[in-house]
Design a protein around this ligand. Structure first.
Ligand code: DGY
Length: 329
C-alpha cells in the first residue's frame, strides 16, 4: 500500500472534515488556538504534500518555494486573500476555498450586525449589566429603523445577494454597486444598480460584500465615508482592510456617519486598547459571520474534499485557479 500523503492542517477544524483527513492522510494538526508562527509553518513546508490553511496563514511564494512536494493548498475560507494565487498558479499548485456553503449563514450574520447596530442591542446589554436600568425611558437608546430604510450593498456576489433577500423581507429599498452590473438579479430581487458614490449618498445602511483586492483596499476611506449620511450605519463582514480604520474612527467620532457594525477589522484581531473600541457607536464581533455549527462543518468537509482532489490529481470542487491541472504525486 502506498504511503498516505502528508498534510499539515494549521488549526483544529470541525471533526466532520478533520476525521476524513485523518483517515486518508498522515495529518499533522496544529493544536493551538492561535495560528502556527511563520517559523513553524516554514519548518513543515519541505515535508508536506498538502496543506489546509486558514485566513490567518500567509501562503506566499516563499512558503511554496520551500515546499517542493506541495500539490494543493486547501483554504478553510471562502476568501483567499491570504494566498498568493498567481504564485500558486505559476508553480502549478491548485488552491481550494469554500464558497457556497457559508453564504446564507454569513448573510444572516451581516443582517444581525445591521440590526444590532441600528437598535443598539449591545449598548442595551451593557446598560443593563451596568445596573443603569432604573425605569422605562422615552429617550432611552433610540436607534434607527431598519424597515423601509435604504440598504446599499457594495458587492453583489453570493453573500450580497442573500443580504438583498433578507432586506426585502424588511421592506427595505435595496440599491447596490458591483463592478459587474447584474440586470437579471435586479429584476428578480427588485433592486437597483447605482454608481458607488450614489449608493453611499443614498443608503441608510451600507453593507460591504467585496473580496479584499488592491482595488478594494481602503475602499471606505475619508472621502467615501464623507459621502454617507450622518445617520448611516456601515456594516462590514467582508475583510477588515476594505475600511481605513483611522478614517472610520474619525467618521464615527465626529458624527460624519451614525454607527458601524464590524465582523472584520484592521488590524485583526483588534487589540482591546484600540481607539475604535472607545466609541459607543460601534459594534464589533470577532470574525464569526460564518460561525454556525452546520456551516463550519460544511466548510470542513469541502476543505477536505478540495484537499483530496488536489492530492489525487483531480479537479478541485471550488478553486480560484481552475486552469492549474492538479498532479498526482
Ligand atoms: C471566509 O470564509 O472567508 C470567512 O471570512 C470566514 O468564514
Amino acid at each position: 500500500m502506498p504511503d498516505k500523503p502528508k498534510v499539515f492542517v494549521t488549526r483544529i477544524i470541525p471533526d466532520a472534515g478533520l476525521r476524513l483527513i485523518r483517515e486518508r492522510c498522515e495529518a499533522d494538526v496544529w493544536p493551538d488556538l492561535n495560528p502556527p508562527s511563520r517559523a513553524e509553518l516554514m519548518s513543515r513546508a519541505g515535508q508536506i504534500d498538502g496543506i489546509v490553511s486558514l485566513l490567518t496563514d500567509g501562503m506566499d511564494a516563499e512558503f511554496m518555494d520551500a515546499a517542493p512536494r506541495l500539490r494543493v493548498i486547501s483554504n478553510y475560507a471562502v476568501g483567499y486573500d491570504n494566498v498568493d494565487v498567481p504564485a500558486a498558479t505559476q508553480r502549478g499548485i491548485p488552491v481550494g476555498h469554500t464558497p457556497g456553503v457559508l453564504t446564507e449563514t454569513t448573510a444572516d450574520f451581516a443582517f444581525t450586525l445591521l440590526m444590532a447596530t441600528a437598535r443598539m442591542v449591545v449598548q442595551g446589554m451593557d446598560y443593563v449589566r451596568a445596573g443603569k436600568w432604573t425605569t422605562w425611558g422615552p429617550l432611552l437608546l433610540l436607534g434607527q429603523d431598519v424597515h423601509h430604510a435604504a440598504l446599499g450593498l457594495v458587492g453583489l456576489g453570493r453573500i450580497g445577494t442573500e443580504m438583498a433577500k433578507r432586506a426585502k423581507g424588511f421592506d427595505m429599498r435595496v440599491i447596490y454597486f458591483d463592478a459587474f452590473r447584474q440586470q437579471d438579479k435586479e429584476a428578480e430581487l427588485g433592486i437597483e444598480f447605482l454608481p458607488l458614490e450614489d449608493v453611499l449618498r443614498q443608503a441608510d445602511f451600507v453593507s460591504l460584500h467585496t473580496p479584499l483586492t488592491p482595488e478594494t483596499h481602503h475602499l471606505m476611506n475619508a472621502r467615501t465615508l464623507a459621502l454617507m449620511k450622518p445617520t448611516a450605519i456601515l456594516v462590514n463582514t467582508s475583510r477588515g482592510p476594505v475600511i481605513d480604520p483611522d478614517a472610520l474612527y474619525d467618521a464615527l467620532k465626529s458624527g460624519a456617519i451614525g454607527a458601524a457594525g464590524l465582523d472584520v477589522t484592521e488590524p485583526e484581531p483588534l487589540p482591546a486598547d484600540h481607539k475604535l473600541l472607545t466609541l459607543d457607536n460601534l459594534v464589533v464581533a470577532p470574525h464569526i459571520a460564518s460561525a454556525s455549527v452546520a456551516t463550519r462543518d460544511a466548510m470542513a468537509v469541502l476543505a477536505a474534499e478540495n484537499l483530496f482532489a488536489g492530492l489525487e490529481g483531480r479537479a478541485l470542487q471550488a478553486t480560484p485557479n481552475p486552469t492549474v491541472k492538479p498532479r498526482f504525486s
